[in-house]
Design a protein around this ligand. Structure first.
Ligand code: PLP
Length: 454
């Protein structure tokens, strides 16, 4: 599929090193007027003017290749013309409807049922952001089981409201806000590069999943029977971590054995990001409850949704409400986005281009002093940076330097991972091979520059 016409033709184009003077003015205004928790401009100092496909232009006229994709939101590309048209149509009709039925809502629900597993027969729209879906999923699990404990995984990110934050593992986000929800327990994810059991993927016996089973089985584990286990089938913010094939099926099996619900969080990995519509499709696993957001809104219109098995639909009207129970603009744009994904076989493009990019990254890894591991699936890729390949000491400062050099040379990337040492790529899925190659060349050159000065 040729997506070239969707992006600016001349990317990357750096007219002046960012932040240019106009960007600087915006940044100064922002830091004088907005709260200090604003964070992305610290890593990517610039103000945005417009964006197309897999490219973004700042207010100084610099054009960047976008490997960031608005944190994994812009799967169908910025300003996707088909999706824009659908949004314009909707804008002229109705834009807010609470949870009253309307044509846009019905169309999206019908399209969702084309892509959800047949076992999942109910959807529910809550508040506008991914966090809201996680809150709703947890409430539904607790409501149905009458249990309080939850199990989550090391490296998990599920959002920022108290419930979702309690399920997230990053201490930098939570330690100033205790107490959070009680009885949330964390167990190791299958993070093979840093296996806590000292195993290698080809010889391991899924010790991490066995530990999860032990926690549920042993009356002295200290962990009460949970309402649900929540997990990302491929971890995003944790550092683009792809577990071995058997891991998620084993978690499903354990949930079944111990009568615990399984929540799969597809907020970041869903909607063709990893080469399938949902990342759990790689594993043959079906959740009891799943969460969706980010790319569901088509062009970044905020929306979140949970989908679940019918037998869990026991709650009564008003048990979970809010002013924004879905978003009509997002329904319209989301449906058009899904249609674009089908019509252009975006999952396959994501799988193939992701594979190509990963092979380029593996080549860079092979003779780099600071790349511990390049990994990922589809267009959810990660490059873990270390001070030394043997010690694997994390190198967050080097990762930050690489991001900054990439930015100055026309490439936007994200940083994540347990130690903030993973360069993360979540480009719009309409990225072309030509732009991908240019982006990887900028990335490689940034890595070499950092290596030489280190
Ligand atoms: C897997 C996952 N779950 C939940 C969230 C929270 O979504 P939001 O930031 O839209 O609240 C994120 C955000 O990055 C995520 O990656």
């Amino acid at each position: 599929m040729d997506f070239q016409h969707l992006s600016f033709p001349d990317a990357p184009l750096i007219k002046m090193p960012p932040p240019g003077p106009k960007s600087q003015e915006y940044l100064d205004f922002q830091s004088n007027t907005e709260g200090a928790a604003v964070s992305y401009p610290k890593g990517l100092p610039m103000a945005l003017h417009k964006a197309m496909g897999a490219t973004v232009m700042d207010v100084d006229g610099n054009v960047y290749i976008d490997f960031f994709g608005g944190a994994g939101v812009m799967n169908v590309g910025h300003s996707n013309p088909d999706v824009k048209k659908a949004a314009e149509y909707q804008l002229a009709r109705i834009t807010h409807a609470l949870d009253l039925p309307n044509p846009a809502r019905r169309t999206l629900v019908k399209m969702l049922f084309r892509i959800l597993p047949p076992e999942i027969e109910k959807v529910f729209f809550g508040g506008p952001t991914g966090t809201d879906a996680v809150e709703a999923a947890m409430k539904l699990a607790k409501y149905n089981t009458g249990r309080i404990p939850m199990i989550s995984f090391e490296g998990a990110y599920h959002g920022m409201a108290v419930g979702a934050l309690s399920l997230s593992s990053g201490l930098q986000f939570k330690e100033d806000f205790y107490p959070l929800l009680p009885e949330v327990h964390f167990v190791p994810y299958a993070y093979c590069y840093r296996c806590v059991y000292g195993q290698k993927p080809d010889s391991c016996d899924l010790e991490c999943a066995k530990y999860l089973e032990h926690v549920l089985e042993d009356p002295h584990s200290g962990v009460g029977k949970p309402a649900a286990i929540i997990v990302e089938a491929i971890q995003g913010e944790g550092g683009s971590i792809v577990p071995p094939d058997g891991f998620i099926p084993k978690v499903r099996e354990i949930c079944d054995s111990y009568d615990v619900l399984l929540i799969l969080d597809e907020i970041q990995a869903g909607f063709c990001r990893t080469g399938k519509m949902f990342s759990f499709e790689h594993t043959g696993t079906v959740p009891d409850i799943m969460t969706m957001s980010k790319a569901l809104g088509g062009l970044g219109f905020p929306i979140s949704c949970i989908a679940f098995k019918k037998n869990l639909d026991t709650w009564t009207p008003g048990k979970h409400i809010g002013t924004f129970r879905g978003n009509v603009m997002a329904y319209a744009a989301g449906s058009a986005g899904l249609k674009f994904m089908f019509d252009h076989n975006l999952a396959e493009h994501s799988a193939n281009l992701g594979q190509t990019m990963l092979s380029w990254l593996k080549e860079i890894e092979s003779d780099s002093k600071i790349i511990g591991e390049a990994r990922g699936k589809g267009l959810m890729l990660g490059v873990e940076m270390v001070m030394d390949k043997d010690s694997k000491d994390p190198a967050p400062e080097l990762a930050a330097k690489v991001r900054s050099i990439c930015h100055r040379h026309g490439l936007l990337i994200e940083i994540g991972g347990h130690y903030n040492n993973v360069a993360r790529f979540l480009p719009p899925l309409v990225l072309t091979e030509e732009l991908a190659l240019k982006g990887i060349e900028i990335f490689e050159s940034a890595v070499r520059t950092v290596e030489e000065s280190y």
